[in-house]
Design a binder for this molecule. Structure first.
Ligand code: SER
Length: 592
């Protein structure tokens, strides 16, 4: 069965059970600044799994574009992919196990025609937090799975989520296919280890909530979240042991073979061909959703994918631009994907031209780096670990290539020295960016702590007096003064400045407490905490509330530190107000 047929069967099946098909969300999270890419079908639905009503109702189904970059180095085997498609269906507080398990059984055995004898399922074995999932076990048994194909496993295997440290989660039941029944009976565990028994679907019963302290309690809204990987399931249903043999990948693989003159079946090249196919396909989808190569965040992941492909191209003997052609093959192969992705055709020209430009740029980098290596070799007859790090850091020259160049001269790189230099550099830049994130709070002296709390008061006062269009656009605090930039179109009047100053001082007079809490970023947003640093927040954040939790003057996500009570602050004064560029104003303030 090909990916299109699989998708059609899945969506038709669940719409026939009252689900509404929703389009795939962008690969770039729209309301979750804690991660760079959407990594599961449930990911864009988190607010709805937490209780927000979904415009299309409580029963949804889709095929979602996903990107996982946790382990780019693992790409090259038969089944890991950077970009993949996930089929899924959701109950947002509607049906639960008694509907979902019989549906799963029906879909697998009647729609996909998998012989129940070749199916295995796992259920949660129970622990102190939640009981053994006997209900799921019995539902599978009554559906037609034999007792010896139902396995109880502990939390590490059969519990999904929460996505962060806290949130909805629950026991899951996972469905596996024995891909080689002709080889005779096999123990479940052994079969999994041999790669013969493979998981294809996961039903999560989100009946619990895990709080920040690690405590599990029953969730008010009982959700179902399921996920089926398109690439893996398509391969299994077609009898392939290697995902790349299906139509999803073959035209792309063929194009790489044609350009390089190397065969996929030649084991010297299989891995490189897989990596190129995987990385360029992912790059095409990532650019289509609006990312451009850069040195940070999603743009950096994209840049790495393109550069790694060019490197793998060298293994195949490709020394001139070729990414463009592979990307064209990815675009031409749309009929074979599981879903329909209009962003590909809409952005075709942009995708191809950005890839071409990035390849040109990297090839120039490589030329420059090579010249530099040859210079060092001419001068010192070696390249030290530190020098290699400089090449890596300033030219973006891959360390493997430095090693290869040295090997040509019968030299080896002192990799420990290289790693040491890299570590030192990382430590330095972490300190720098931590300083940046704290808005100049590297020096945590008392006055700076006070200024920092005063900046939160100023931020809230500006929003209360000028309106909610005001957002922090930057802040710089020294022991001399607070400098605070914010979005606002007009110069502030003397009256406005006075009202703002008075409002801040009124809070200080009230001696309001400053409450510090940690919580998932999503929770902080539900509570209305201000957060203006785009994608920079970790999953778990610190929130500072001035006033009481229910009735507060200010609530902001911040790394702190802050004073414990406003009684520690003296009188607040605004010393200057000026423009900070188009649509932005700047205030200088002090505590007298
Ligand atoms: N969230 C679960 C997973 O990623 C099911 O969709 O497997």
């Amino acid at each position: 069965m090909n990916a299109r047929d699989l998708r059609k069967k899945y969506i038709d099946f669940f719409t026939s059970k009252g689900h509404v098909e929703i389009p795939s969300a962008s690969i770039i999270p729209q309301n979750d600044p804690t991660t760079l890419f959407i990594s599961a079908g449930m990911h864009p639905l988190v607010p709805y799994l937490l209780g927000q009503p979904h415009p299309f109702g409580q029963k949804l189904t889709d095929v979602q574009k996903c990107v996982r970059t946790g382990d780019i180095e693992a790409i090259g085997d038969t089944y890991h992919h950077t970009f993949f498609e996930m089929l899924g269906n959701w109950s947002l507080g509607d049906y639960f196990k008694t509907e979902m398990i019989p549906w799963s059984y029906q879909f697998l055995t009647k729609e996909l025609n998998i012989d129940p004898k070749n199916l295995h399922v796992t259920c949660f074995e129970g622990d102190v937090d939640a009981p053994k999932d006997i209900e799921s076990h019995d539902l599978w048994l009554n559906s037609g799975i034999s007792e010896d194909h139902i396995h109880y496993l502990p939390k590490k295997d059969n519990w999904w989520g929460p996505a962060g440290n806290a949130g909805p989660c629950g026991p899951d039941t996972e469905m596996f296919v024995d891909t080689q029944p002709e080889a005779g009976p096999v123990e479940f565990e052994t079969g999994c280890q041999q790669g013969r028994i493979i998981e294809i679907w996961n039903d999560v019963f989100m009946g619990y909530y895990k709080d920040e302290t690690g405590k599990f309690s029953p969730n008010i809204q009982k959700n179902v979240d399921t996920g089926m990987g398109v690439e893996r399931t398509t391969a299994i249903l077609s009898g392939f042991k290697d995902n790349y043999l299906s139509d999803i990948w073959q035209p792309i693989i063929k194009k790489i073979e044609e350009i390089s003159g190397k065969n996929y079946s030649d084991q010297n090249y299989t891995r490189a061909i897989r990596i190129i196919a995987d990385h360029i396909k992912a790059s095409v989808f990532i650019i289509a959703d609006g990312v451009e190569p850069s040195n940070k965040e999603a743009g950096y992941v994209l840049r790495r994918l393109i550069r790694r492909s060019i490197r793998q191209g060298k293994i195949l003997g490709i020394e001139t631009n070729f990414i463009f052609n592979i990307a064209q093959a990815v675009l031409d192969n749309q009929d074979n994907y599981g879903g329909e992705y209009p962003s590909l055709n809409q952005n075709k020209d942009k995708i191809l031209s950005l890839l071409e430009a990035e390849e040109n740029k990297f090839r120039k980098t490589l030329d420059k780096g090579l010249a530099e290596i040859n210079k060092l070799l001419g001068k010192n007859h070696s390249v030290s670990g530190k020098e290699a790090f400089t090449l890596y850091e300033s030219f973006g020259f891959p360390v493997e290539m430095i090693q290869e160049e040295l090997a040509k001269n019968n030299l080896t790189l002192n990799i420990d020295e290289f790693n040491q230099a890299k570590e030192n550099h990382q430590k330095q830049s972490q300190t720098l960016s931590a300083g940046k994130f704290k808005s100049g709070l590297a020096d945590n002296s008392e006055i700076i702590t006070k200024f920092h709390t005063a900046a939160h008061l100023l931020h809230s006062a500006l929003r209360k007096i000028l309106g909610n269009h005001v957002g922090q656009a930057g802040s710089n605090i020294t022991s001399e003064r607070i400098r605070f930039d914010f979005t606002h179109p007009d110069k502030l009047t003397t009256d406005e400045l006075k009202t703002i100053k008075d409002l801040v001082n009124a809070q200080i007079k009230l001696k309001l407490p400053v409450i510090v809490e940690t919580m998932p970023f999503i929770e902080s947003q539900k509570q209305g905490a201000l957060a203006f640093f785009g994608n920079k927040y970790p999953e778990i954040v610190t929130v500072y509330t001035i006033g009481s939790k229910e009735n507060y003057f200010s609530k902001e996500v911040c790394t702190g530190p802050h004073v414990e009570n406003l009684s520690q602050l003296s009188q607040f004064e605004i010393i200057k107000e000026e423009s900070a560029g188009s649509g932005k104003r700047r205030i200088y303030a002090v505590l007298k």
